[in-house]
Design a protein around this ligand. Structure first.
Ligand code: URA
Length: 232
């Protein structure tokens, strides 16, 4: 059960003060009855605002196809972000909708967004070795010797001490490869290839654990069930 004014504010409808005004003006019903006492404890599933049930009252988990050119940051000074793709109400939610890990501005592909903090912590924890698949095009022909090197778990990136976890490289054509990582270090794909004298020209994440983009167009999302990643 949640306090009505707080619930509307946390779901991004308006400020808590505005919520009190709406409630007192009779815009909100609970199980069909107008509730004008803003502190009433309610079950979110029973609440209707101006004839509409609440917008995802239990939380959001979105699979987004991130386009190139947007950052995964809430800092406005970092430029246009993936959050600008979302409806304004979702951008006002508390807890905030945030990405599970990040993709660089110049990387496209699958990224999860959620307001479930526990899920963010669990899926970004180094203990959670969810495989992520990236497709890269590069500036120079790929040497087959990279396959055992990346798989060995011995590659140490510049300015780091811990070697990268074993990663699977599949060379698809002389300048195109798929790389499967189970960790998410800063700019990891670009830095792994750069450490071997190759520059990533384009980078796209096609899979995150069991999830794929399928035919979702860039800039669009689909909802996932909140229990998509059950605790084991
Ligand atoms: N590796 C990168 O270099 N960039 C990303 O966005 C993700 C992985």
């Amino acid at each position: 059960m949640r306090r009505l004014d707080q619930l509307l504010a946390n779901l991004g409808y308006c400020s808590r003060r505005e919520a009190r005004g709406w409630i007192q003006a009779g815009h909100v019903t609970v199980r069909g009855k107008v509730i004008d006492e803003f502190g009433t404890k309610v079950n979110p599933a029973d609440v209707v605002v101006d004839g509409e049930p609440l917008d995802h009252p239990d939380g959001l988990l979105l699979l987004l196809h991130k386009p190139v050119g947007l950052v995964c940051s809430h800092e406005e000074r970092e430029g246009p972000s993936v959050y600008g793709l979302l409806p304004p109400r979702w951008r006002q939610r508390n807890p905030q909708v945030t990405s599970i890990g990040r993709l660089d501005k110049d990387t496209s592909g699958l990224i999860l967004l959620t307001d479930q903090n526990e899920l963010v912590h669990r899926l970004t924890s180094p203990k959670h070795k969810l495989p992520k698949i990236y497709r890269a095009t590069v500036s120079r022909d790929l040497s087959p010797e990279l396959i055992p090197l990346f798989a060995s778990g011995t590659l140490v990136l510049p300015d780091e001490t811990a070697p990268c976890a074993p990663a699977e490289l599949r060379i698809l054509s002389p300048r195109e490869a798929e790389l499967t990582l189970t960790e998410g270090r800063y700019h990891q794909v670009r830095r792994m290839l750069a450490s071997q004298g190759n520059e990533v020209l384009t980078l796209h994440r096609s899979k995150f654990g069991p999830l794929e983009l399928a035919d979702l167009p860039a800039g669009q999302w689909r909802h996932l069930p909140l229990d998509s990643f059950p605790k084991t």
